[in-house]
Design a protein around this ligand. Structure first.
Ligand SMILES: [Zn+2]
Length: 542
């Protein structure tokens, strides 16, 4: 089964017998009436395969699409007029952190408002479940179903999380026994429906994994054709080595490779993109299945500690802060950190996005150079002060990417759209800090800025990169396309107005031009206004 559909009549019957079958059939309308639950009329239907749009009606009953035709004759209990609008499969965000606030606000509003109906979490080496009996993916999926989030949620298993559980924060090789324990956890996660394995090789403790360890832990992916998805060891000066390592891991394990948020960071590395594509082409010619994703912004978001070398962060924040003030290591850390800031283009290319310490809240949203100046501090000293008072919990945005390269990455046939963003709302407990606007703007930004305005790709191509392409990558066999029998995840938007509104300075703004979002047959957004909540569930790779 591709997912845990509570509405599946077969499953209900198996579970509770004939009464449930009767009830299910009343709802799905199979025997007792011929109308559909919902018909979307006269929209330009893009099926997600890259085919051009055609004017069609789409009928939904229960949680399934039941008919797509130039004219659906049966009436819908509910009807939506989509004349002049695009009707597409709900978007699938293949690299999301939208679960970060999911428990405090299950609406995951900024994700739903973008037309995203499935978010893929467990990215960058970090997942909520770990495949152990105590934290299995089966129980995690059950918890997601019980939470009833706005969007569907799929997850990879995070290899950094496994390392943390089995080895801890230490920078040392895994023993053979530890490798086999971690590989068994990956296997268990995949059996339970995880849709890939992710690494975050710029984060600790995931960064301490060797190439051989990554190969061993990716082997269980091969038979299932699920991807090893990697936030690579480096995305700037050693980008080519990092790509080579990623390809070597996938080749060694025999599994597909998904390079997460592909970028060429720092102006002096912008010219490397053609070489990156050549390496990927060569790997594919040698039968390693490589693809990648990218968010449509020229600034990235990460922890402020990421400006510091990995070795200085070994063992966690307390050890890091000790090394910063230890005469034996302080100078080297200072030098390497300044080199990283120079690579990005200077202190004012670093924007502080979220600060844990209450007394430093005035720093949020400020450029680091300007913040230091306003406090009459040296920027390096200001950085250390912020990290000390927040125990390392400081977020940053780095403005270090080329828009020209971004356009080439997005429009490349192997490129998919991801947000890499969090989920939040403009109201309620998740409106806090200064998050990266990609959490509210990614998908409409691609459709508005890069399809309509800059014409970097066609609407049909962009939709494919948001739907069938990621669905095939993570084996969600009944999502990502509009066809009879598939899950009723649908988005309706106006190609002439769809736009992101969230910015780096004002991220708490929903996009415009997206009028209807349907998740599992439930209308979550209608006329651009919030409708039913609780439409999502855990979805598993098949
Ligand atoms: Zn990442």
């Amino acid at each position: 089964m591709p997912d845990n559909s509570p509405k599946s009549s077969r499953r209900s019957f198996v579970a509770t017998g004939a009464t449930a079958l009767l009830a299910a059939d009343i709802r799905t309308g199979t025997f007792f009436r011929r109308d559909h639950d919902l018909v979307i009329r006269n929209g330009i239907v893009f099926d997600g395969t890259g085919a051009e749009g055609r004017e069609m009606d789409v009928a939904i009953t229960g949680d399934r699409i039941v008919e797509i035709a130039p004219k659906v004759h049966a009436r819908g209990r509910e009807e939506i007029d989509a004349r002049g609008l695009a009707v597409a499969p709900g978007f699938i965000d293949i690299h999301s952190h939208g679960d970060s606030n999911m428990e405090s606000d299950p609406r995951v509003e900024s994700v739903i408002r973008q037309g995203v109906t499935t978010m893929v979490v467990g990215a960058d080496g970090s997942s909520r479940a770990n495949g152990s009996p105590e934290q299995s993916f089966a129980s995690w999926f059950a918890a997601v179903d019980a939470l009833k989030p706005g969007p569907n949620v799929a997850s990879m298993v995070g290899l950094g999380t496994l390392r943390e559980v089995v080895i801890g924060d230490m920078d040392r090789p895994a023993t053979a026994d530890e490798v086999s324990r971690m590989a068994a956890m990956v296997d268990s996660a995949l059996k339970d429906g995880a849709c890939g394995a992710s690494s975050g090789l710029e984060y600790t403790p995931g960064a301490f994994a060797s190439r051989d360890e990554l190969i061993a832990l990716s082997r269980p992916l091969a038979a299932r054709r699920l991807p090893y998805a990697t936030h690579m060891r480096n995305e700037d000066d050693r980008l080519m080595e990092a790509i080579e390592e990623s390809i070597a891991v996938a080749r060694g394990a025999g599994c597909p490779l998904q390079i997460s948020h592909l970028k060429t960071q720092g102006p002096r590395n912008w010219a490397k993109l053609d070489k990156v594509f050549l390496l990927i082409d060569a790997a594919r010619a040698a039968r390693t299945d490589v693809a990648f994703d990218r968010y449509p912004y020229v600034a990235y978001a990460t922890g402020l500690t990421n400006l510091f070398p990995v070795w200085s962060r070994d063992g966690g924040i307390d050890q890091f802060l000790a090394r910063v003030s230890d005469a034996a290591t302080a100078t080297r850390i200072h030098t390497e950190m300044l080199a990283k800031v120079e690579l990005i283009g200077g202190w004012d290319n670093v924007q502080l996005s979220g600060v844990k310490a209450v007394e430093d809240r005035d720093a949020e949203g400020k450029r680091l150079g300007a913040y230091a100046k306003s406090h009459a501090l040296d920027p390096y000293a200001a950085t250390i002060g912020l990290l000390t008072r927040s125990k390392g919990d400081v977020g940053m945005l780095g403005y270090a990417m080329s828009e020209d390269n971004l356009e080439h990455i997005l429009s490349h046939p192997l490129g998919m759209v991801c947000s890499d963003g969090g989920g939040f709302a403009i109201d309620g407990p998740t409106r806090r800090g200064s998050p990266h606007p990609r959490g509210a703007g990614t998908f409409p930004r691609v459709l508005g800025r890069y399809v309509r305005e800059r014409k970097v790709l066609t609407l049909a191509q962009a939709i494919k990169k948001m739907t069938s392409q990621p669905a095939a990558r993570i084996r969600l066999s009944d999502r990502g396309r509009l066809a009879a029998g598939l899950a009723a995840d649908v988005v309706v938007f106006d190609p002439s107005t769809v736009s992101d509104k969230a910015t780096f300075n004002a991220p708490f703004q929903y996009p415009v031009g997206i009028s209807v979002v349907i998740v599992n047959g439930v209308v979550a957004l209608r006329d651009g206004q919030r409708s039913a909540i609780g439409s999502g569930r855990g979805v598993k790779a098949s």
